[in-house]
Design a protein around this ligand. Sequence first.
Ligand code: PEP
Length: 257
Amino acid sequence: MRKKIAAGNWKMNTTVDEGKKLAKDICDMIAKKPLKTINGNPGVIFFTPFVHLIEISKIIDGLDGVYAGAQNCHSKPSGAFTGEVSASMIKSAGITHVLVGHSERRNLFNENNKMLAAKASIAVENDLKIVFCCGELLDERENEKHFDVIRNQLKEGLFWMDERSFSNALIAYEPVWAIGTGVNATPGQAQEMHAFIRKQIAEKYGKKIAENFTILYGGSCNSKNAKQLFKQEDVDGGLIGGASLKAGEFFKIVQSF
Ligand code: PEP
């Protein structure tokens, strides 16, 4: 079944204490208004910095539909990769989700589709659910290359998976020109691309899997535009950056289904 999801990508923000307070404030709101009472029964994921994860998983423990996720993992199981964190380490910390292919990883850390496919592979091998991000640059949209870019990112990064692995994936469509800019994709632009992505999934994995697959929108999503975006037929929720760092704002987004 398609799941409604509001996921917060905290990026490199908050100290551990600030992160604990942020998660606790949101969880207190969820405890007062459980997710299953909200239209669409959304799930919530906190993609926090690595050093926060164990503390955050204690805070969410016992709350239905709330998960913690890492923002990245390495593509190898272990070894001489100073400063890196493996999928099995993330799993062993009790964490359920990991982001793969965020545009900041692609563009600032030169992660290409081949590397991202390797990361996605080791993540699902370790029983982690992945949120695979895709999105075009501004000039790619202006030159009407956006559909080709997304098709290729999915083909090379994700669509090598068999059905079983693919069932552990979600996709986040995040146009790079909308991330952190205050300029979100219009609901129409988001719907158009999400429908395109769903069609790609149907062609590769069949209509039934495509219909039940969760596709999130990300890029300057906030409490003011979330309702209109989430109302679109093929938009199943959001991956939220800046607006996930304020408890009240993020909870309003959670309630936008
Ligand atoms: C993101 O980083 O995934 C994101 C969507 O950021 P923002 O909401 O700040 O645009």
